[in-house]
Ligand binder design. Structure first.
Ligand SMILES: Nc1nc2c(ncn2[C@@H]2O[C@H](COP(=O)(O)OP(=O)(O)OP(=O)(O)O)[C@@H](O)[C@H]2O)c(=O)[nH]1
Ligand SMILES: [Mg+2]
Length: 317
C-alpha cells in the first residue's frame, strides 16, 4: 500500500497524527500531498468552512478560541487553520496565537494548526484548499480559518470559506480599513468585537449603513453581532448566526453550486500547475533566450511561445 494511502485511511478515521502528517505534505507542496488531497476530496463536503478576517489586533484569535469553546459545548468537532501568507514556510510566526489557543488544543474534539506555504499567491490558496479537504474528510463539523496579514491573499483564502466572518473593533477606523481591503463585500457575518469598549454602537451603525449601500435586496442580509471574545460574551449568538448562514446555503441549494465552483477551481489550478511546470522547464532550455528576444522585438507573439511550449509537451509524452 502506498504511504499516502495509509495516511488517507488514518485521516478518514480522524487520527490526529495522520492529519498532521497530511497537512505537512500539503504545506510543503509535495506530490504525495496532492495525491492525498485528491483521494480525500470525494470524502469531503460535510464541514462548514468559516473564514475569519479583520484588521490586526481586532481579536480574531481570541474569538476563534471562544467560539471553539462554544461549538464544543454544542458537541461539534472543530478544526482550526491559522493561515499565514507572509510567513515563508516555518509556521512559527503565529506561535503566540498557538499558545493562546491552548484551551482548545487540549481537547480531543479540536484540531489546531498554523499553516503557511511557500511560493506565490495561487500556491497558498491551493495548499489551503488541500488542507481544508483534509480537515473536512477527517470529520470536523466546523473548520475555522483565520488569516494573518491582509490584502489580496486574505480575500483569496476567504473565497474558500462557505461563511466569511468579518471582525471589527470599536475605534481605530476599522470600518474604513475593511472597505479598503475589499472584505466588506465578502462578509456574511459581521462581528464587532471588544464590545466592552466605547464606540461599539457607532461601529455597528457604520457597518449597517455600508451594507445598506452595497445591496438593496440581498438574498442573505448579513447580521452584525457584538462580542467580547475575552470573556466569551455573545458566542452563543455568533454560533447561531453562523449556523443560520449554513442553513441558508443548504436550504437554497447554494452549497451544490459552491462545490461545483470549487471543483472547477481545482481543475483551473491544476491547469495553472502544468503551465508553471512548462515555463520552469523552458527557462532552462536553449530556446528560451531566443524566444524572449523575439517577443521583445515584436517578431513573435508571446502567445505563440506559449503554444509552442504546449506542443513540445505533447510531443515528449
Ligand atoms: N477589551 C477587549 N480586548 C480583547 C477582546 N478580544 C481580544 N482582546 C485583546 O485584543 C488583543 C488582540 O487579540 P488577538 O486575538 O490577538 O487579535 P488578532 O485579530 O488575532 O490579531 P492578529 O492575529 O495579530 O491580527 C489581545 O490583547 C486580546 O486580549 C475583547 O473582547 N475585549
Ligand atoms: Mg491572530
Amino acid at each position: 500500500m502506498k504511504d499516502w494511502d495509509d495516511i488517507a485511511q488514518g485521516i478518514l478515521k480522524g487520527q490526529k497524527r495522520a492529519i498532521a502528517r497530511g497537512l505537512t505534505w500539503i504545506e510543503q507542496g509535495r506530490n504525495d500531498g496532492k495525491q492525498l488531497a485528491q483521494k480525500l476530496f470525494p470524502h469531503a463536503g460535510n464541514a462548514q468552512v468559516i473564514g475569519i478576517t479583520g484588521a490586526p489586533g481586532v481579536g480574531k484569535s481570541t474569538l476563534v478560541n471562544a467560539l471553539t469553546l462554544q461549538l464544543r459545548s454544542q458537541g461539534l468537532r472543530v478544526g482550526i487553520l491559522a493561515v499565514d501568507p507572509s510567513s515563508p514556510f516555518s509556521g512559527g510566526a503565529i506561535l503566540g496565537d498557538r499558545i493562546r489557543m491552548q484551551d482548545s488544543v487540549m481537547d480531543a474534539g479540536v484540531y489546531m494548526r498554523s499553516f503557511a506555504s511557500r511560493g506565490h499567491l495561487g500556491g497558498l490558496s491551493r495548499a489551503t484548499f488541500g488542507a481544508l479537504t483534509v480537515l473536512d474528510a477527517a470529520g470536523f463539523d466546523k473548520i475555522l480559518v483565520e488569516t494573518v496579514g491582509a490584502g489580496q491573499s486574505e480575500v483569496e483564502i476567504m473565497q474558500l470559506a462557505h461563511t466569511t466572518m468579518v471582525v471589527l473593533a470599536p475605534g481605530m477606523g476599522d470600518d474604513i480599513q475593511a472597505i479598503k481591503a475589499g472584505i466588506l463585500e465578502i462578509g456574511q457575518v459581521f462581528v464587532v468585537n471588544k464590545a466592552d469598549r466605547d464606540g461599539v454602537d457607532h461601529t455597528v451603525r457604520s457597518i449597517r449603513s455600508m451594507l445598506a449601500l452595497a445591496s438593496e435586496h440581498p438574498a442573505w442580509m448579513p447580521p452584525i453581532l457584538k462580542t467580547v471574545a475575552e470573556d466569551g460574551r455573545g458566542m452563543k449568538e455568533l454560533a447561531d448566526a453562523l449556523e443560520n448562514h449554513w442553513q441558508h446555503l443548504t436550504d437554497k441549494g447554494l452549497l451544490e453550486r459552491f462545490r461545483w465552483g470549487q471543483t472547477e477551481h481545482l481543475i483551473e489550478q491544476a491547469m495553472a500547475d502544468i503551465g508553471d511546470r512548462l515555463v520552469g522547464r523552458a527557462r532552462s532550455g536553449q530556446e528560451w533566450s531566443h524566444w524572449v528576444a523575439e517577443v521583445g522585438t515584436g517578431t513573435r507573439e508571446a502567445e505563440h511561445v506559449a503554444e509552442e511550449l504546449w506542443r513540445q509537451e505533447w510531443r515528449e509524452d
